[in-house]
Design a protein around this ligand. Structure first.
Ligand SMILES: Nc1ncnc2c1ncn2[C@@H]1O[C@H](COP(=O)(O)OP(=O)(O)O)[C@@H](O)[C@H]1O
Ligand SMILES: [Mg+2]
Length: 229
């Protein structure tokens, strides 16, 4: 069973002056144990694609199935519960709580989802792997962009989700850090059977991916055709 499946997704945005079709009949699936990379230039619909895949936005038409459940057949409450249980998001806005220290960001996750999160040792290891183990007492405002990005990655992985959806997770990172994050995500997919989907314009991640897709003008195709664009 696919972890996430999108069938014939169309997404239109209507504004007073225009009606834009951002996703044009996009179909996609992500399997447990694989890292999928969706490449595309700015404005190509990557964030729209990812938030629809994760049930944060609803499509204009088409079907999204997460862990075997069709999202539009669930109540809002059931959808929220499924998302909390199954999906770790790394969003572009990072979503760290400004008045909590780095360490407290994880305590907050424990309050929202008390069970089945990483153990203390596993969290320590994750923070060390990401090179942020010594930041636990700092507040988000005192972190660099790259540190913030790595804390957001750790926070998404801490609940041990079956599915990880990451939006430009490496935009603020230098190449050695990109390699660390790429390898970490690939290991999570391969060793812990996670389904990981990364949308990005960062081609430095390509060598870690099992499958690469290109999103261009609202259409998704398999393979890296970004150079042809
Ligand atoms: N809520 C919205 N209302 C109107 N247009 C939107 C909205 N969200 C995204 N768009 C438009 O959809 C297109 C794709 O946006 P986005 O998915 O953010 O692309 P990407 O993440 O690849 O940069 C852009 O042209 C953007 O302006
Ligand atoms: Mg985006």
């Amino acid at each position: 069973m696919s972890a996430i499946e999108l069938q014939h997704i169309i997404k239109n945005f209507k504004t007073p002056t225009s009606d834009v079709e951002v996703l044009k009949d996009v179909s996609f699936s992500a399997e447990p144990g694989s890292l999928s990379l969706v490449l595309g230039p700015s404005g190509s619909g990557k964030s729209t694609f990812l938030t629809i895949a994760g049930g944060i936005q609803t499509p204009t038409s088409g079907v999204v199935t997460t862990a075997g459940q069709e999202l539009d057949k669930l109540s809002g409450k059931a959808r929220d519960a499924l998302r909390l249980d199954k999906i770790g998001f790394v969003l572009q806005s990072y979503n760290l709580v400004p008045y909590l220290t780095v360490g407290e960001q994880f305590t907050l996750v424990d309050k929202i989802k008390p069970k089945n999160n990483l153990s203390h040792d596993e969290l320590d290891q994750l923070l060390d792997d990401l090179g942020i183990g010594d930041l636990v007492n700092q507040y988000p405002a005192s972190l660099s962009g790259g540190q913030t990005q790595r804390v957001a990655i750790a926070r998404a992985l801490y609940p041990d989700p079956a599915i990880v959806l990451a939006d430009e997770p490496t935009a603020a990172l230098d190449s050695p850090r990109v390699a660390v994050v790429g390898q970490l995500l690939a290991d999570l997919a391969h060793k812990r059977d996670k389904a990981i989907v990364v949308v990005t314009h960062d081609v430095r991640l390509e060598k870690f991916a099992d499958r690469t897709f290109t999103l261009l003008d609202g259409q998704l195709s398999e393979g890296d055709t970004s150079n042809a664009a």
